[in-house]
Design a protein around this ligand. Sequence first.
Ligand SMILES: *Cc1c(COP(=O)(O)O)cnc(C)c1O
Length: 383
Amino acid sequence: MRPIQMVDLKQQYLAIKQEVDAAILDVLDSSAFIGGKPIQELASGLNTYLGVKHTIPCANGTDALQIAMMALDLKPGDEVITASFTYIATVEVVALLRLKPVFVEVVPKTFCIDPEAIRKAITPKTKAIVPVHLYGHAANMDEIMKIAAEHNLFVIEDNAQAVGADYIYPDGTKKKTGSIGTIGCTSFFPSKNLGCYGDGGAMFTNDDALAEKLKMIANHGQKVRYYHEVVGCNSRLDTVQAAVLKIKLKKLDEYIASRRKAADYYDAAFAVHKNIVTPYRAPYSNHVFHQYTLTLDGFENVAEVRNELNAFLAEQKIPSMIYYPVPAHRQQMFAAFGGADFNLPITDWLTDRVISLPMHTELEEEQLKFITTNVLDFLSKQK
Ligand SMILES: *Cc1c(COP(=O)(O)O)cnc(C)c1O
């Protein structure tokens, strides 16, 4: 059996090596390392795939979120409602721009922001909502967009973990996550579902004026070279990364199918155990399984059992991860932002119980069997 990885980037690369190597050599040959042709080609490929008018590539997913908030002219003190149960990048940029992060609960089944909690957190200072499609499951965008329309709020989708996921409306129509809000943001970090071989990110919007502004801010606040209209930053996707992403975008649906197949295997194996809650798939979301995350429940000391499972799996050479061990509102960096004032029992409850298992496009049945057998063996011995 091949060694088990949390994400097996090497195996995935080997399967597309010829095409990728040739594309990278082409970039080297052209020497257009910045602003080369593949960047525009990738942007139009993403426009088509996601069904959006504009894709603005940038240096990483964190920059995408930051530039989105800069483009919406949010002012220091403006309130941004988001989940504490997320990767730090989502909320870090809120603080960086001196906006006020307002942390609310997630729905435990979906791990995504709870629309009812958003409603309760709205004040006259609220300007934006940042839903995160966590682990590859779509947030309840229909509800979120309704709330935003009622209160005249911007919606910035953090789509870093869910590129390719569909949001399905009650009448059956579908939209890709990241294409629904005012601006969608994503990351091309290597381990993401659409990952490059370095850092990368992008912003998506259907608004022409906003697209211009995002592009301008990502390019030192200039439309015309050396004439700087607004304070911007320097955030570029380089040509080598765009060349790699163009190839991987063609494979994205196939990659998602492989992830789902692995998730189906896990689901079936864990269905027998009453203390394991497998990832829920809401009817409105087409899950793309960036992570396969279990919630343990019903053990006497559940956090301890979860941590011991993590350690036991490591001894069997099975990687597993706690995403994330400390929720945002409890991070030291948010002490100055009143993080500790937020009372989020559901977020804390989940933080003690979640564990993510290996999930990638190259998992083999033999590996999945080894993982599930070990998880079940260990848990069957716990009280
Ligand atoms: C990865 C990630 C980001 C940030 O992306 P980078 O490219 O690493 O800056 C933001 N939000 C979420 C939810 C992520 O998973």
